[in-house]
Design a protein around this ligand. Structure first.
Ligand code: MSP
Length: 468
């Protein structure tokens, strides 16, 4: 039986247009999904948009549209962007899909039936930007540091509260005892544990003042808190899509560090309450920052995906995003830095190797004979499995036996261009072998480039314009 593999990205809020912060998670998930398909797994890769809540309603009102009209305009922009970046998601979920709404209503009712919801007055601060109830420790200068101060608002309303505190000991046990790093990387695992042990209160799970949401089945005066609605997408897609039931629980939830708590505590508590299996692993990355601030719409320091693709092409963009993935620490990015990296690694690196080899092949009428068996270079699968995409790429570029460095070394040491007859054919064959294996290794990262290279050296296509 084929191994199944289910990977998700966060579903993005539609108040923002897709920027490379979003692309950072989606491209990484795509690389991991393609890698697993390549090694024979049956993959389900899910992404989508998060469409309910105060933030989206506010953005719609600003445009003079109903929330639904607004979502119907923006959600396809995400879908198109991912198509443009050659993202291989198997489904694109929208939380306004009635089938999703139905599953959310069902789960919410089950939480209630478990006795885990009770009514209480919520009084405190709420960040509309995060769609999150703030605690003292969240505040910097009295407001949420991730969004402008006016998005932190005072709130007082009667809500349905969820008995989060009841599940805290079980969640601590789960995260502490898990040998396979339930939360990865280690720094983030420690962060959740510290928070879990700091004394956790129950949390409001509904809103009285936000009509743009899924109504509570037994109390229509309230809507379900947008985060509960959103988290359930990972499960709901496997319920309403035919044939996908077997994919729950997810193998990997991939996300940025600001939503760690929702994905490694609240989500687990919901699933524990209703008795569903828990996701197997959560991968957390840090932020792309520009001018020392998280790249986001709120701070106006964006690089749009369209702009990136215009400058660097599809695979160029995918390479730049994956190679600069902020695994543990925030990464400063800029178009200028991307240009440098594009030139050194792609145009002068891989691109130049392919073009000079192709020219010699053409001159000598020599292309690959027969089938070459390809395999991953040592360290590449491990790096991908531990979410270290920059390291995986670095290995492919610098490995001196099978990487780009190895092909260049062979080329230069043997001064292949000086050789003639059978000698050059033999050497070219060695270089082509390495290049075809490189094509295999970059397949999850740059699928089109990989295919082009394979065709070129099998003599099935000509290199008419440089790869980069
Ligand atoms: N809608 C929620 C997620 C619900 S999931 C059940 C949300 N949406 S969001 O549009 O704000 O997207 C947040 C995610 O986008 C981050 O967790 C991260 O994956 C990605 N990023 C957005 N900006 C980013 C950077 N500047 N850098 C890296 N990733 C970023 O939160």
């Amino acid at each position: 039986m084929r191994k199944k593999f289910y990977i998700t990205t966060p579903i993005y809020y539609v108040n923002d247009l897709p920027h490379i912060g979003h692309a950072c998670t989606t491209v990484s998930a795509d690389v991991i999904a393609r890698f697993h398909r390549l090694i024979g797994a049956e993959v389900f890769f899910l992404t989508g948009t998060d469409e309910h809540g105060a933030k989206v309603a506010q953005a719609a009102a600003k445009k003079g549209l109903t929330p639904q009209q607004f979502c119907d305009q923006i959600s396809p922009r995400f879908k198109k962007t991912w198509q443009k970046l050659n993202i291989s998601n198997d489904f694109f979920i929208r939380t306004t899909n009635p089938k999703h709404e139905k599953v959310v209503g069902r789960i919410f009712k089950r939480i209630y039936q478990q006795g885990d919801l009770y009514k209480k007055i919520y009084k405190g601060l709420y960040c509309i930007g995060c769609e999150k109830f703030l605690t003292e420790s969240d505040l910097v200068n009295g407001h949420c540091p991730l969004h402008p101060p006016e998005q932190t608002v005072e709130q007082e309303e009667e809500n349905w509260f969820f008995k989060l505190s009841k599940y805290v000991p079980k969640i601590i046990k789960l995260i502490e005892s898990d040998k396979t790093n339930y939360v990865f990387p280690e720094g983030k695992r420690q962060e959740v544990l510290t928070k879990l042990k700091s004394g956790i209160h129950d949390i409001s799970f509904s809103r009285a003042s936000v009509p743009w949401g899924i109504p509570i089945p037994w109390d229509k005066s309230q809507t379900i808190y947008v985060w509960v609605d959103a988290l359930i997408n990972y499960y709901s897609a496997t319920r309403f899509l035919p044939g996908k039931e077997k994919f729950w629980p997810a193998d990997i939830h991939l996300l940025g560090k600001e939503i760690l708590w929702f994905h490694t505590a609240i989500w687990q508590a919901i699933l524990m309450s209703v008795g569903l299996p828990l996701p197997k692993k959560t991968f957390i990355h840090s932020f792309y920052i520009m001018a020392n601030k998280k790249m986001s719409k709120s701070f106006g320091n964006l690089i749009a995906v369209d702009e990136l693709v215009k400058n660097f092409g599809v695979d160029g963009s995918r390479y730049l995003v994956a190679s600069s993935l902020p695994v543990e620490n925030d990464t400063n990015i800029s178009v200028a830095r991307f240009k440098e990296k594009y030139n050194s690694d792609l145009a002068n690196g891989l691109g130049n190797l392919v073009s000079r080899t192709f020219k010699l092949c053409q001159k000598n009428h020599y292309f690959s004979r027969g089938k070459h068996s390809s395999s991953f270079i040592a360290g590449v699968p491990e790096a991908i499995n531990s979410f270290n995409l920059p390291t995986a790429l670095e290995i492919i570029w610098t490995n001196d036996k099978q990487g780009i460095a190895a092909a260049n070394k062979l080329f230069n040491q043997n001064e292949i261009w000086q050789l003639k007859g059978e000698k050059i054919k033999k050497e070219l064959n060695n270089v082509i072998k390495i290049i075809l294996n490189i094509a295999y290794n970059i397949k999850p990262f740059m699928p089109e480039t990989s295919e082009k290279i394979e065709k070129i050296f099998r003599g099935q296509a000509r290199l008419t314009v440089p790869l980069f």
